[in-house]
Design a protein around this ligand. Structure first.
Ligand SMILES: C[S@@+](CC[C@H](N)C(=O)[O-])C[C@H]1O[C@@H](n2cnc3c(N)ncnc32)[C@H](O)[C@@H]1O
Length: 239
């Protein structure tokens, strides 16, 4: 598939999608993804959507430790008991597709050795969104992707302060952009806080469907309180 063709497919998928799930159903079907891996599965809603609505998916790998992680400072870091229930729900949701599903109950860093290199059409990254987490996930998953395959992901938030300030910031954006620049890969920013990287040595290129290009450092990095104060000050100075 050449670049113009890919650009068109992605644009079309965006045009017919009303939410994140629909977007990935449309993208993964149009991009003919057969072998998919989801990093960070939680209760399995996303896996269930893709397995139900994209019949061409032949193999779906679930990576999630489903346990409390002492070094993960995010609101979804529940107790081991809660995670047991969360995993049960995920397994219930994917149970009609057990012949297609492989579960790796571990962190990405430990799970990567169980996935053969160049075996995936799409890795969807939705696990640990801290700087440490997205760094590990992108570096671990890139070698697993077929030539011309894809890495997608969630929580590509325009501010790093996705959660309240007691939690670590989410740095999927802008880190994924810099990762692509370093690796010489194209990256599409998408609606609904999503991104798509292409494992093609066609050079670094940002195709900005999500409206990230005009963000200022203050919008990305300033703490919410500082942003509120800045807005108030602007209003005051205008009056
Ligand atoms: C936001 S939830 C995933 C939501 C899911 N993808 C969906 O769309 O329904 C994040 C998940 O990432 C998992 N997680 C956290 N750290 C991880 C790591 N280092 N490796 C893999 N998964 C991780 C958590 O256990 C949690 O279930």
């Amino acid at each position: 598939m050449d670049t113009a063709e890919l650009d068109e497919i992605i644009e079309q998928a965006i045009g017919v999608s009303q939410d994140r799930h629909q977007l990935w159903v449309n993208l993964s079907s149009r991009l003919k993804c057969r072998s998919v891996c989801e990093v960070g599965v939680w209760k399995g809603q996303f896996a269930e959507t893709l397995l139900t609505q994209v019949a061409q998916i032949e193999h779906y790998t679930l990576i999630d430790p489903w346990r409390n992680l002492p070094d993960w400072n995010k609101p979804a870091n529940k107790t081991d008991i809660e995670f047991e229930e969360i995993r049960n729900e995920a397994l219930r949701r994917v149970s009609p597709f057990l012949d297609k599903v492989t579960e790796i109950r571990d962190t990405t860093r430990n799970a990567q050795s169980q996935i053969p290199d160049r075996s995936l059409d799409l890795a969807y990254i939705d696990g640990d969104h801290t700087l440490r987490g997205i760094t590990i996930d992108l570096h671990a998953m890139l070698p697993k992707i077929h030539k011309d395959g894809f890495i997608g992901g969630d929580d590509f938030t325009k501010t790093i302060w996705q959660h309240s300030q007691e939690y670590s910031p989410s740095e999927v954006f802008p880190y994924a952009i810099y990762f692509c620049e370093a690796q010489g890969l194209p990256i599409y920013t998408l609606p609904f806080n999503q991104f798509l990287i292409v494992n093609a040595q066609t050079g670094f290129r940002v195709i900005d469907h999500g409206g990230y290009a005009t963000l200022t450092p203050a919008q990305i990095y300033a703490r919410p309180r500082a942003q509120k104060l800045r807005k108030k000050l602007k209003k005051f100075l205008k009056a």
